[in-house]
Design a protein. Structure first.
Length: 322
């Protein structure tokens, strides 16, 4: 069985072993001890950011994430930011160096990168700059294959409304993949932004006959309206599902149907992701098992053997990866 991980956040997937070694090197073991004592998953990020201090740390953290993962195919996302008084371009180069080394070192795995746009921090122009950097690196190294829209979904948004709509349009018209966190909170602004994202996708599809399949994925998509479901089904947009994260955040209540089942019930439109395994104590293989347990094979494949069905689903999921 091919194991996919479409939702790897770099800082949320670094091993404790690497973080302890790096904290020792950077003389911040107090931050490491605070990290392992902290119960709030979001507060843990603050300590991780203090431990990872150099571009070399970024390179080695990327290698560590690929090495420790039990996924065969993964996409790692990270937000480029100034580090060590260097530019975001230098951060991206360090990330790419880690991806290149990891792919060379672990021949049985395929790892690629996504650059993240933080909707709670970045402006319209900053978001466009990140998209341009991602496209440039896709063409030069092939290691960066997409853009991730994420950030603190509860914080005040710097990228919302018309500016968010413009960013989505801008990215859709580039030769780059687009993975978008949506439906993470049941709020008016989240529904508004989700609607604008789907509007931009629909217009892109209608006006340009542009590709949706293999270019766009939605992440989580827990809180959705019936109207949004109609558009997602029409466009056949794949959804990244992170079962352990969803359970621990209360998005999926134990012994209740997962919210995705009111949209997709079969495996062919859903792909597994391990969202921050350091924070939620999960791994790619287990997440895919949980996902496949909640979803059924498509009815048209039920006459096939289990292995044949798995091969069909794996081939579809490969095409969802950027």
């Amino acid at each position: 069985m091919t194991i996919f991980n479409a939702h790897v956040h770099l800082n949320g997937a670094i091993s404790l072993e690497y973080l302890e070694k790096t904290a020792t090197k950077n003389k911040c073991l107090d931050e490491y001890q605070a990290l392992i004592s902290e119960q709030d998953p979001w507060k843990k990020f603050g300590f991780i950011h203090k431990i990872i201090q150099t571009t070399e740390d970024i390179t080695n953290a990327t290698i560590d994430v690929v090495e420790k993962s039990n996924a065969d195919i993964m996409e790692i996302r990270t937000t480029p930011k100034p580090i060590e008084n260097q530019s975001i371009e230098e951060y991206v180069k360090a990330f790419i160096k880690g991806l290149v080394t990891a792919n060379d070192s672990f021949k049985n795995k395929k790892a690629r990168g996504l650059l993240s746009i933080d909707r709670s921090r970045h402006s319209l122009e900053e978001a466009k700059r990140i998209i341009d950097i991602a496209l440039e690196e896709k063409l030069s190294s092939g290691m960066i294959v997409g853009i991730d829209l994420s950030g603190n979904y509860l914080a005040k948004r710097t990228l919302t409304g018309d500016d968010l709509y413009t960013v989505i349009q801008y990215a859709l018209n580039k030769d780059i993949g687009l993975a978008l966190h949506v439906g993470e909170v049941d709020s008016e602004i989240e529904q508004q932004d989700f609607d604008l994202i789907l509007k931009a996708m629909t217009e892109y599809k209608d006006k340009t006959k542009g590709k949706i399949y293999g270019k766009i994925r939605l992440g989580h998509a827990i809180y959705r309206t019936p109207a949004q479901d109609v558009i997602i089904k029409k466009l056949k947009i794949p959804i990244e599902i992170c079962p352990s994260c969803h359970q621990q955040l209360g998005w999926w209540i134990k012994d209740k149907p997962h919210p995705i089942l009111s949209l997709y019930q079969h495996r062919s439109r859903v792909i597994a992701g391990t969202d921050d395994d350091l924070l939620f104590g999960c791994n790619a293989k287990e997440e895919q098992r949980k996902l496949d347990e909640m979803l059924k094979p498509s009815d048209k494949y039920t006459h096939l053997t289990e292995d044949e069905q798995e091969n069909i689903v794996a081939n579809k999921r490969k095409r969802y990866m950027f």
